[in-house]
Ligand binder design. Structure first.
Ligand code: MG
Length: 381
C-alpha cells in the first residue's frame, strides 16, 4: 500500500518584487492566482491526500478567493515571522491527522511536473528526505564590483527546487529540536544528520520571483489549441481503382472528381484548413482551374500542412473516417495511416484511419459513392 502523502505550501510571504501590488502568490497568471495554479498542479497527483496552506493573516480574503472550489484543502493556518516558523505551523496543523510523507512546496512554483512527485516518493522508499535539483551547467565566477575575480568549479553543484519531501515524523521532530535557524528544510534536515536524496528536477519547475519571470510564464502559458473538421463526398463512376489516402485500391468503380477524387485526403486537408480558419480545398485549388485536373491530392494536403506550419502550429493528431459499403478499408488502413503520417510529418500513432458503412442506407449504402470525415487537432506552444 502506498504511504499517505500531504502537501504543505508556504504562502505567507509578502514578496511584491514581481509587481502588481500583490504578494506574488496571489498575482494573476492567465487570469488565475499563482497559488491556484500551484495547488492545481499538486492536486493533479493521485497520491496527494490533502494540502495544508500556510498564509499571512492579512491574506484571508485573497486566499479564499484564490482557492474557491478546489478539493482536498485543509483550513489554512497562519505563518510566523520566518519561513521556518511558518513551516512548523503547517506541520503542526497536519499532525492532527499526520501523513506518513509531507511535500513542502513553494507557492511560487506553479508548473510542477507530476514526474517530480513520483521521483520524490520513490526516493523516500530508501531515505527520510529528498528534493529535486538540477546540475549547474553555466560557468561560475566570483566577481566584485562588476569585475571577474576567479572561476568557481561547478562540479557537484546543484540548483535546488521544491517540493522538499520528508518522512513526516522525521521532519517535524527536526523542527522541534532545531537550535539554529535554517534556510530551508533540507538545510534543517542536514543539520540533524538526516540523509537527503537529490532527485532530478525539471527546468519547467522554475520559481516566479521577478517581473521577468511572470512575463515568461504568461508567454509560455499561451498555448493555442485548435480543432478542425472536414467532410467530403465523391460519386462512383466507371473504372477499376479508387484512391484513398493516396493508396490505389482495386475496385469495381472509380471515384469521379476534378482531381484524383481522393475523398479521404480531401477531408483531412479540409480539417487542417478548418483548424487554422483558412478556407478549404476549393478556395485554395479552384476546380475551375485546369491546372488541378487529375491532380494527385497530396499537393492539396501538403499545402494545408505548409499553412499550418506557417501559422506556427504543430499537428497533434488526425482522425479520418471513411464511409462506404465497399471497398473494404480495414486491410489497407495501416498503409493509409503511414502515407498520411509521411505527408504530414507526424508519427504514426497520431494518425487514425478507420471505416464504417451506413448500414446500406443513403447514397453510401446504395454504393453510389464514398464519403469521408476527418478531425485534426493543432497546437501552438
Ligand atoms: Mg473532394
Amino acid at each position: 500500500m502506498s504511504k499517505t502523502v500531504s502537501a504543505l505550501i508556504v504562502a505567507a510571504g509578502r514578496g511584491t518584487r514581481a509587481g502588481a501590488g500583490l504578494p506574488k502568490q496571489y498575482r494573476p497568471l492567465q487570469g488565475k492566482p499563482v497559488l491556484r495554479h500551484t495547488l492545481s498542479a499538486l492536486l493533479a497527483h493521485k497520491n496527494i491526500r490533502d494540502i495544508q496552506v500556510v498564509i499571512h493573516p492579512d491574506d484571508v480574503a485573497l486566499y479564499e478567493a484564490a482557492v474557491a472550489g478546489l478539493p482536498r484543502l485543509l483550513p489554512p493556518v497562519f505563518g510566523g515571522n520566518t519561513r521556518s516558523v511558518s513551516v512548523l505551523n503547517g506541520l503542526e496543523a497536519l499532525a492532527k491527522d499526520a501523513p506518513e510523507i509531507v511535500l513542502i512546496h513553494d507557492a511560487a512554483r506553479p508548473f510542477l511536473p507530476l514526474g517530480i512527485i513520483d521521483n520524490l516518493l520513490a526516493a523516500l522508499h530508501s531515505t527520510k528526505g529528498a528534493f529535486p535539483a538540477l546540475p549547474v551547467v553555466d560557468a561560475l565566477w566570483h566577481g566584485d564590483q562588476g569585475k571577474a575575480i576567479s572561476p568557481h568549479s561547478r562540479a557537484n553543484l546543484y540548483r535546488a527546487q521544491t517540493p522538499q519531501a520528508f518522512d513526516f515524523k522525521t521532519i517535524i521532530n527536526a523542527h522541534y529540536t532545531a537550535t539554529d535557524p535554517a534556510d530551508d528544510d533540507v538545510a534543517l534536515a542536514r543539520a540533524h544528520g538526516i540523509e537527503v536524496a537529490i532527485v532530478e528536477g525539471d527546468e519547467r519547475n522554475y520559481k516566479l520571483t521577478t517581473q521577468a519571470d511572470f512575463a515568461r510564464a504568461e508567454r509560455e502559458m499561451q498555448m493555442d489549441i485548435r480543432t478542425g473538421n472536414g467532410f467530403d463526398v465523391h460519386a462512383f463512376t466507371e473504372g477499376n481503382t479508387v484512391i484513398l489516402c493516396g493508396l490505389k485500391i482495386p475496385h469495381s468503380h472509380a471515384l469521379l472528381g476534378h482531381s484524383d477524387a481522393d475523398v479521404a485526403m480531401h477531408a483531412i486537408t479540409d480539417a487542417l484548413f478548418g483548424a487554422i480558419a483558412e478556407g478549404d480545398i476549393g478556395q485554395w485549388f479552384p476546380p475551375s482551374e485546369a491546372e488541378w485536373k487529375g491532380a494527385a491530392s497530396d499537393i492539396f494536403l501538403l499545402k494545408a500542412v505548409e499553412r499550418v506550419a506557417a501559422r506556427g502550429f504543430t499537428i497533434c493528431n488526425i482522425d479520418c473516417t471513411i464511409i462506404c459499403e465497399a471497398p473494404k478499408i480495414g486491410p489497407h488502413a495501416a498503409t493509409m495511416r503511414a502515407e498520411i503520417a509521411r505527408l504530414t510529418g507526424i508519427t504514426l500513432d497520431r494518425v487514425s484511419v478507420k471505416a464504417t458503412t451506413s448500414e446500406k442506407l443513403g447514397f453510401t449504402g446504395r454504393k453510389e459513392g464514398i464519403a469521408a470525415m476527418a478531425t485534426a487537432t493543432l497546437v501552438k506552444l
